[in-house]
Design a protein around this ligand. Structure first.
Ligand code: SF4
Length: 391
């Protein structure tokens, strides 16, 4: 699913304690000027074969870190966070954001300090105020409510979520029953469901796939949340297809490239790890999935933390190899802080295991592009490192 086109397996050796500050590398979109993201240092790359890495770990048994890549910020999160920052610059505080702009405590706290007010629902926003919709998307009912209240809106929905919304609308027009695989109550699922509630049934897990009732087994299509476990989604689809052989697939994968790539990277390192630490918030679907995937793929233990100060020293009893990754809404500075802590515990050798290269940057929401053009801000123009995709 997504862009699984793997670059050659590679390892990057770095010494975090001595590393100089520098620009982001690997997955982190660039050029944002965002204050919440501090990049990893540029380090010399020592490419090793997969066999060499796998063979080295059990023999060495010295304390080391396997750092998964890609990890951290995806293009959709980068776009949403930059959109809020630019809105602050252009309009000044306060800027209202419906729900958390992305599911990360550090990002939310940092933006709050700069004058962003996060609300749960639009009735908390003063009439006419500037309001940003989060990366997870909103249903048409929310868009209509904003219009009724004369709110000035910026839609920071990730374009890959918007793609799923459009699919839902299209298949509802064709009178198909949509089986939406995802977690009920998650904002993204609420938004997609809201595009076609009469045509959509949410499937939360394999058990629900075994029991769901459909109107016409020959008129079904499945769609999914973008941040699910690739493996569990395939399992659910397989159960559904066994029951409904004519189930139609979506035109392209809904689980996004960033989710797929981060899971592929953690699958690669987990069999060699005594402990995997995933940096990410509890309400971040893709971060929670990363911890689950680490355990499924052989990590002896896996823990998720928001911040380095949540890492517990007792986890390291008898641990030689620590795996480290981060969810798609996590700025690299938080990974960096965990690396620094690990170095204090004696895990100074860091091998970065790269399973894919990412170079996607989404252009900013169109409402904002027009405003930035008006004020002569070209800092997020097309070009530079990475492949900018018009959203
Ligand atoms: S995880 Fe995927 S769908 Fe979600 S914001 Fe990132 S790129 Fe978009």
């Amino acid at each position: 699913m997504g862009d699984m086109s793997a670059a050659p397996f590679a390892s990057v050796t770095t010494a975090p304690a001595a590393a100089p500050a520098g620009p982001s590398v690997g997955a982190a979109p660039q050029g944002s000027g965002r204050p919440v993201a501090v990049g990893m240092p540029q380090v010399p790359r020592t490419r090793r074969s997969r066999e060499e890495v796998e063979a080295a770990a059990p023999v060495a048994k010295e304390k080391s870190v396997l750092l998964a890549a890609p990890r951290g910020y995806c293009a959709g999160v980068d776009r949403a966070v930059v959109a809020v920052e630019k809105a602050l610059e252009v309009h000044g505080a306060p800027v209202y954001v419906r729900k958390e702009i992305v599911h990360n405590r550090h990002v939310v706290q940092t933006l709050e300090e700069r004058g962003v007010i996060f609300v749960q629902e639009l009735d908390e926003v003063p009439e006419g105020a500037l309001t940003v919709f989060s990366a997870h998307g909103v249903s048409p009912a929310v868009v209509n409510e904003a219009a009724e209240r004369n709110l000035q809106t910026i839609d920071a929905t990730c374009p890959l979520v918007t793609k799923v919304h459009r699919e839902a609308v299209r298949f509802a027009k064709q009178e198909k029953q949509i089986l939406l695989i995802g977690h009920e109550g998650h904002e993204e699922v609420e938004g997609t469901y809201g595009e076609a509630p009469e045509h959509t049934t949410i499937i939360n897990n394999p058990d629900e796939a075994r029991t769901v009732q459909v109107e016409d087994p020959d008129n079904l299509i499945w769609l999914s949340q973008t941040t699910l476990s690739v493996d569990e989604t395939l399992e659910i689809v397989s159960i559904l297809r066994e029951r409904f052989p004519n189930l139609q697939d979506p035109p392209s994968d809904d689980i996004c490239y960033a989710t797929s790539n981060r899971q592929a990277a953690i699958k690669m390192i987990s069999p060699q790890c005594d402990l995997v630490i995933v940096v990410g918030s509890a309400n971040s679907s893709n971060s929670v999935r990363l911890k689950e995937v680490a355990l499924e793929y052989g990590a002896a233990r896996a823990e998720r933390v928001d911040f380095a100060n949540q890492v517990d020293e007792s986890w390291f009893e008898g641990v030689a190899t620590v795996g480290l990754s981060s969810g798609a809404s996590v700025p690299e500075v938080l990974v960096r802080e965990v690396l620094d802590l690990l170095a204090q515990y004696g895990y100074e050798t860091v091998d970065e295991v790269v399973t894919a290269e990412e170079d996607i940057i989404f252009s900013l929401p169109k409402e904002l592009r027009a405003e930035l053009k008006r004020v002569g801000d070209h800092s997020r123009s097309l070009g530079g490192r990475g492949k900018t995709v018009k959203a």
